[in-house]
Write a protein that binds this ligand. Structure first.
Ligand SMILES: O=c1nc[nH]c2c1ncn2[C@H]1C[C@H](O)[C@@H](COP(=O)(O)OP(=O)(O)OP(=O)(O)O)O1
Ligand SMILES: [Mg+2]
Length: 204
């Protein structure tokens, strides 16, 4: 039995400004007020699991426990088929420099590895998003979405965040980085996971 969310306030257990923007846009039409983990001064727990669901659980349960409110986390990444699905859960780690994140560097690393392998075009990839809604009593619900496409080079577009400039979803000529935010929200991995969350917990 999926537990329904009946409150009017939700903690978004993320410290990523791009995700916070996208999740707030998805949640607010349901009349739910969002507060971010950063707004509450919560720390960023270490993401020590090797699966999206495992890390999503760590982030949501930590925020729910600390705040005493239901908390929604998002663990996501890009899986590149010719790289054995790397960087996957480690997408953010590939951008880590010790002095903040450098996504252009991480995108170039992916492209360089594909070149070294002489991976044929199209270079199939998918974005994956796992959402975890956790309650302070320890209950949680998990939802997963994905969107298929290809890695392109060079980077294109200034919209979005993270790996958006090198991801072109199937059936579209633009990268996520070139799309209007509303267009990305209608088809993204995050949007699909969110639809499942809404069906399960907000309307169920
Ligand atoms: O729609 C997306 N468009 C482009 N890139 C994306 C997207 N979704 C995830 N990504 C990439 C960047 C992000 O940094 C990493 C997830 O890593 P992940 O640990 O889940 O998120 P994070 O550390 O940035 O924020 P936080 O853990 O505080 O929610 O995958
Ligand atoms: Mg993270």
């Amino acid at each position: 039995m999926v537990r329904r969310f009946t409150g009017d306030r939700l903690v978004i257990a993320s410290h990523n400004a791009g995700k916070l923007r996208e999740i707030a846009a998805l949640v607010e039409p349901f009349g739910v007020a969002c507060t971010s983990a950063g707004d509450l001064g919560l720390a960023e727990p270490e993401e020590t699991e090797s699966t999206f669901a495992g890390n999503a659980r760590i982030k949501a349960h930590f925020a729910a426990r600390e705040s005493g409110l239901p908390a929604l986390s998002d663990d996501s990444g890009i899986e590149v088929e010719a790289l054995d699905n790397a960087p996957g859960v480690y997408t953010a780690d590939w951008a880590e420099t010790g002095n903040g994140r450098d996504f252009p560097m991480a995108m170039e690393k992916v492209w360089r590895l594909l070149e070294e392998k002489a991976a044929p075009e199209p270079r199939r990839a998918r974005f994956v998003c796992t959402l975890c809604l956790a309650w302070p009593d320890g209950h949680d619900e998990i939802f997963r979405g994905q969107v298929s496409g290809r890695v392109v080079w060079p980077m294109r577009g200034e919209q979005g965040f993270g790996f958006d400039p090198v991801f072109q979803p199937d059936g579209h000529a633009e990268t996520f980085g070139e799309m209007d935010p509303a267009q990305k929200h209608a088809m993204s991995h995050r949007a699909e996971a969110f639809r499942l969350l809404v069906d399960g917990c907000f309307r169920g």
